[in-house]
Design a protein around this ligand. Structure first.
Ligand code: NDP
Length: 444
């Protein structure tokens, strides 16, 4: 059995009931085969892969809070500090009922390589809770966030571990958690990113993941002698990533005709009205039915279905495993040229393979949604300097980072004879730097 197969088997055996984590490890290690086989003896002797698939540490804690009826509720909180070879742990917090340790570990594992790809000094981590902010009052969300941070604050710090937002954690939640951290630790430091602009946040952080996704997509098209001008795009999701992906796609001349949420989806042949979408989702926190009600050109459909709409580019921006093999077949049949992931692992492994085998340019989330964490790292730099950069400065840095990522992953794929396989390229480029740093730092 090869070293890669041995480690995958061990991960599955030692981490039962964590399918998303198995999926992430399998996907990454499978694609690293050429690099690992070239260094198998040294890596095996140092147990490099066993170390990389085991978090440096993980915390699981009780989060009690009182709801508006005076009833005590109890949720579970997690923080996984996966790998600090190249910098302090960095990765978002997710509040969603589906959160469990396996999901946090899959996200934390992916984060190691994504953070490495940005070229910035940040290690990999992830956290969250099975708390559902939906339908909760502001006071309930604050009570939860304060209780969550009361425990989390023991493990994080500006130079050790710097969480950010993710699904269910936006500016409001980050603000409540930052306030509680400051109160308990007595420190005004950049311990969280995604902060409000009046207390250390960075311009462009809100837009960064969606904008970054479009910058890399634009570079991909440019590298193939095309532009996004006049192209039709389908987007899933209607949250932070989706909204700003749609906005930037429109600025770059493409037309986005779909979006979706956890209950249904919109087809709007005239192009999604971003301001209306922001009003429905960011301000009213309502369902997409409200978008359709306010926009005569839009059709609302229950369930899932955005991938059936003919397009040149598909941008999954909602959640993991939301683009299946059947969807991939439909996209190929409709002549889709590119799929670039805004969400983390939205495309299943068989769907990814099908897209790649059928000539669709496919960039995985690790590379294409790295703009969010890259801008978080820029927020950390500004906090350390106690300065704030202008929107244009941050946006330019973000664009440069995404363009660099594209060329790094493209080059890495070519170096190992896998030209055009951006998934392999991203894993290799991300892994090489982490592996070198881990090796240089000795067995730890
Ligand atoms: P948000 O919570 O802002 O939005 C998530 C969107 O996806 C919402 O529209 C939500 O619907 C929808 N959604 C959530 N779960 C499901 C589901 N099971 N089925 C269908 N739709 C669903 O999250 P973000 O936009 O921040 O994150 C989206 C993805 O991007 C995640 O995978 C996240 O990990 C990833 N990501 C985010 C980054 C960021 O900077 N925000 C950075 C890098 C990656 P509803 O409106 O009904 O809740």
């Amino acid at each position: 059995m090869s070293y890669v197969d041995e480690v995958i088997a061990k991960v599955i055996e030692q981490n039962p009931a964590e399918p998303e984590f198995h999926q992430a490890v399998t996907e990454v290690l499978e694609s690293l085969r050429p690099v690992i086989e070239a260094n198998e003896e040294a890596y095996k002797k140092d147990a490099l892969l066993e170390r990389i698939v085991n978090p440096e540490r993980q915390f699981k804690f009780r989060v009690p809070w009182v709801d508006d009826k005076g009833q005590v509720q109890v949720n579970t909180g997690y923080r996984v500090q996966f790998n600090s070879a190249i910098g302090p742990y960095k990765g978002g917090l997710r509040f969603h009922p589906s959160v469990n340790l396996g999901i946090i570990k899959f996200l934390g594992f992916e984060q190691i390589f994504k953070n490495s790809l940005t070229g910035l000094p940040i290690g990999g981590g992830k956290g969250g809770s099975d708390f559902d902010p939906k339908g909760k009052s502001d006071r309930e969300v604050m009570a939860f966030c304060q209780s969550f941070m009361t425990e989390l604050c023991k493990y994080i710090g500006a130079d050790t571990d710097v969480p950010a937002g993710d699904i269910g954690v936006g500016g409001r939640e980050i603000g409540y958690m930052f306030g509680q951290y400051k109160r308990i630790r007595g420190l005004y430091e950049g311990v969280l990113t995604g902060k409000g602009l009046t207390f250390g946040g960075s311009l462009v952080r809100t837009e960064a993941t969606g904008y970054g996704l479009l910058y890399i997509t634009e570079e991909l098209f440019k590298d193939h002698g095309e532009t996004l001008e006049g192209k039709t795009a389908v987007v899933s999701g209607a949250g932070n990533v989706a909204i700003y992906a749609i906005q930037k796609a429109h600025q770059l001349g493409a037309k986005v005709v779909t979006c979706s949420d956890s209950t249904g989806w919109i087809y709007d042949p005239e192009g999604i009205d971003v301001e209306l979408l922001k009003e429905v989702k960011e301000v009213k926190r309502a369902r997409l039915t409200e978008y359709a009600a306010a926009r005569p050109s839009a059709e609302y459909h229950e369930g899932r279905g955005v991938w059936q709409i003919p397009c040149d580019v598909a941008l999954p921006c909602a959640t993991q495993n939301e683009l299946h093999l059947d969807d991939a077949k439909q996209l190929v049949a409709n002549g889709c040229k590119a799929v670039c992931e805004g969400a983390n692992m939205p495309t299943t492994i068989d769907a990814t393979k099908y897209l790649q085998e059928n000539g669709v340019w496919f960039i995985g989330g690790k590379a294409s949604n790295a703009g969010g964490v890259a801008t978080s790292a820029l927020e950390m730099s500004q906090n350390s300097e106690r300065l704030s950069w202008t929107f244009e400065e941050v946006d330019k840095k973000l664009k440069d980072i995404m363009v660099n990522i594209y060329h790094n992953i493209d080059d890495a794929a070519k170096r190992y004879g896998c030209e055009g396989d951006y998934v392999v390229g991203a894993n290799i480029a991300g892994f090489e730097k982490v592996a070198e740093a881990m090796t240089a730092q000795g067995i730890c």
